[in-house]
Design a protein around this ligand. Structure first.
Ligand code: PXL
Length: 264
C-alpha cells in the first residue's frame, strides 16, 4: 500500500510554502499526502498580508478524520500559530506511533510572525518532546534555546540545547550561515554533517517546509532518520537549484524538479 503522510500546517495562498509545499513534495516523492490545516495566510512573493488561525476543534476534527480512517505512516508539523494549537497538536501526536517531523516554524521568509511569542514555551515543553526529528533553522534555535550560531563550529552546541527539550533527533539547518549549506543531524550520540553547495538563487520560498516534508516521506517508507534526512536534503537542494521567479519578490523552490528529471 502507498505510504500515507500527513502535514499539520498553515496554508500559503502563494503555493510556495506551508501545506501547499508539503503536498507538492509528497506527490513528487511518491506518497499519498494529507493535510490538517491550522491557519490560513494571505501571502505572495512579497510577504504575508494576513493570517487567521483555525479553532482547536477544527484541527482536532481534521486529524481524527484522517488518522482514524486512512491511517498515517508519518506526520510533519509546520505553522501552528498559537499556544493552544501547539498544545493540541502535541497531544494528538503523543497518542500516535507514527514518526513526527517537527519544523518549529517561527517567522516566514520575509520575517512575518507565524507563531505567537506566547507559544514558544509550549513548543519547548510539549511539542519538541514528541518529535522524532526537529528541524529548526538558526533563528528558531536562537528563539527556542538562546544559542546563537555564528559558524559551523557552533552547530553542535545548538543541537545539544535543542535535544535537551526531548526530540529523538535534531537537524540544525545551517543554511543561513555564509558559504556552503552545512546542516548537523544528531541524536546526541551519532553525528552526521550534511553538506550541499550554495546555489546562487534567491527564489527559496518554502525551503524549510519542503525539507521537513521530504524527511517525513522517507520515514513513512521505513527509512532510518539519517537515510531520510540525507535523501530529503538532496531533494530540497535540487528544488532550490530549480527555484524560479514568480511575482515581484521571492519565488518558490521547484517541487516538481525531480518529476521532470525522472520523466526524461
Ligand atoms: O516556511 C515557513 C512557513 C510555514 N508555513 C506557512 C508559511 C511559511 C513561510 O512563508 O507561509 C504557511
Amino acid at each position: 500500500m502507498i505510504p500515507r503522510v500527513l502535514t499539520v500546517a498553515g496554508s500559503d495562498s502563494g503555493g510556495g510554502a506551508g501545506v501547499q509545499a508539503d503536498l507538492k513534495t509528497m506527490l513528487a516523492l511518491g506518497v499519498h499526502g494529507m493535510s490538517v490545516l491550522t491557519a490560513v495566510t494571505a501571502q505572495n512573493s512579497t510577504g504575508v498580508q494576513g493570517a487567521w488561525e483555525l479553532p482547536v476543534a477544527a484541527v482536532r476534527a481534521q486529524y481524527r478524520s484522517v488518522v482514524d480512517d486512512i491511517g498515517v505512516q508519518a506526520v510533519k508539523t509546520g505553522m501552528l500559530a498559537s499556544a493552544e494549537l501547539v498544545e493540541a497538536v502535541a497531544e494528538l501526536l503523543s497518542g500516535s506511533d507514527a514518526p513526527a517531523v517537527v519544523d518549529p516554524v517561527g517567522v516566514s521568509k520575509h520575517g512575518d510572525p507565524l507563531l505567537a511569542a506566547s507559544a514558544l514555551d509550549s513548543v519547548r515543553t510539549k511539542l519538541l518532546p514528541v518529535a522524532t526529528v526537529a528541524t529548526p533553522n538558526l533563528d528558531e534555535v536562537a528563539q527556542l534555546t538562546g544559542v546563537r550560531v555564528r559558524s559551523a563550529d557552533d552547530l553542535r552546541r545548538a543541537a545539544g540545547a535543542v535535544l535537551e527539550f526531548g526530540p529523538r533527533w535534531v537537524l540544525i539547518k545551517g543554511g543561513h550561515l555564509t558559504g556552503d549549506a552545512v546542516d548537523l543531524l544528531t541524536d546526541g550520540s551519532e553525528e552526521h554533517r550534511l553538506w550541499a553547495p550554495r546555489h546562487d538563487n534567491r527564489h527559496t520560498h518554502g525551503t524549510g517546509c519542503t525539507l521537513a516534508s521530504a524527511i517525513a516521506c522517507g520515514l513513512a517508507r521505513g527509512r532510518t532518520v539519517p537515510e531520510a534526512v540525507t535523501a530529503a536534503k538532496e531533494y530540497v537542494t535540487g528544488a532550490i537549484a530549480a527555484g524560479f521567479a514568480l511575482g515581484a519578490g521571492i519565488g518558490p523552490v521547484d517541487h516538481g524538479w525531480a518529476l521532470r528529471r525522472d520523466a526524461r
